[in-house]
Design a protein around this ligand. Sequence first.
Ligand code: SF4
Ligand code: SF4
Length: 343
Amino acid sequence: MLKIKVQDLNKLFDAISEKEPLYMPLEKAGEANYGLYKTGEKTALDVLKTVKSAKDLFFPQSETIVKFKTEGKNITVEDIREEVKPFVLFGVKACDFKAFEVLDKVFLADPVDTYYQAKRNACTVVTFACRRPEESCFCKVFGIDAANPVGDVTIWKDDENLYWRENTEKGSKLTESVRYLFAEGGEKDVQNQQEETRKIIEKLPFSSLDLSYFENTEMMDIFNRPEWQKLSEACLACGTCTFVCPTCQCFDIREFKASNDQIIRYRCWDSCMYSDFTQMSHGNNRTTQMQRYRQRFMHKLVYYPENNGGLFSCVGCGRCVNKCPQKLNIVKVVKTLGGKKDD
Ligand code: SF4
Ligand code: SF4
């Protein structure tokens, strides 16, 4: 275990960013989101939840995938993919890190999404253990230990120091490059902090959510529950929940004419909450908001685990709990359909 004084953190960020692009939570317009660190940037490492999750770095909100050059009736395809240079993603919380596992099972399954894969391979992930999780957090329900995330390097922070543990070969390489800034020690401080954090987690209001109903009930019985109607009634179809969610992975592919002879094809995040989502030539297979709402939660709690060895595609980050303008969220669904009813 290594440690560095909190007042020397900018030296650490500068040292990392001199060697490789460093992406970390930054404060912009009063909000914290992952961005490219530059010396003097206002960092937001202590913010518990960035608005958008760290998935942006591997699966950006909008991404050009190919360009076409037209000349009369001829079209030339331009593959714009370039080698992704190594970069560091710093300060990822345990829930967002677990979300990478959910995304990997989609984007790295055959046929592999090479855009996602290239960024994933180039990245060294530094995870950041939570010190004071808040009421909307429920990662524990999904077996995540917020006090001990993995990644290539894990960091903990208190008012005095940042503690650093390398976990992988990539992590050792990063450690080597900044080792001169660190002193040895910190095991006991980290251990104490972990114990405190776990005590807080035990007391959080959603930590005892019970998912067994979704594990032990026939898919169609869940699908046909009449409560979906009431649960979805207030939904505005704004898509906020899907855009802040670290595991949502739906995208659309579109094209636009960039100039007289160039067409750009790009992909951008989409939402199963939208009425025009996956519209087909024969029309739409989900025609009501109830059906769309049900689809989102059936996917998180039933379809995805069914296809991925029981892994839920929610990591309990609580962003949808905080951000839905109608106070709808996955916790309400779990409680209504089968969770602990006395919370
Ligand atoms: S954030 Fe709330 S209102 Fe908006 S689509 Fe999601 S569930 Fe519906
Ligand atoms: S469904 Fe909600 S709590 Fe679960 S991972 Fe997505 S945003 Fe977080």
